[in-house]
Design a protein around this ligand. Sequence first.
Ligand SMILES: [Zn+2]
Length: 269
Amino acid sequence: MQRELYIIFSIYAFAMGAATGSFLNVVIWRTPRGESIVRPPSHCPKCGARIRWWQNLPILSWLMLRGKCANCKKPISPRYILVESLVAVLFLLAWYKYGVLAPFMWVWLSLMVVGSFIDYDLQVLPDFVTVGGMIYGVALSVLGIVFLHWPATELFVSLGGLAAGFGVMWLIRYLGTKAFKREAMGMGDVFLMGAIGAIFGPVAACFTLMAAAVVGSIAGLGMIALNKARLGKFVAIPFGPYLCAGCTVWMFWGPQILDWYFALLGLRA
Ligand SMILES: [Zn+2]
């Protein structure tokens, strides 16, 4: 591909991600509250003032307004610019990694961002992310077989991944619930792992679980260090964001990390 075209597509991916992130902020805030995502138009949650289009430009407006409402000057959560920048970077990375197939990954990345933030806020993973993700994964493999001449066995990889992700997580939930004598995790996490397996296959599902455990332990130790949690005390930690982080690592660097790890164990010639 021509260099100029490649750069134009990169800028497009970043801008598309920022704009999508802006929309996802609305989804994250409104769907758990049962509000419509189109009406009413964007308004300041503190003073109710309508937000004009030039005050609603992804990333830029937050910086221009210095994180304050133009009307009442109350602070606007830095989460808005955080989500917009995060999705912009993820869309750009997906373009570098997946090329013209990137838009299919953009859909899943968007669902993971929405799921992670809603889970962080409310300890619940929406069905449209988890069950939707499982359906999306199987549908992608069928589309690939029909239009991109993927081998028909891709469907078994997808269904096998769904079964593996769902099954392993269901077992952890079952054992955890028995050990703690209370619900150790929600079914949302089980469905989420089913979705990751359906989209990326069984190896990715196992990788995601281990990566999530590593990321979760580091975050947990960090919280203990900051005195926000205590060892041995049962705290409900939303697992969804860690699983999504693990899946994202797989999407961009998973196979390289596996190669490195197996070489470290001396399992490769
Ligand atoms: Zn305001």
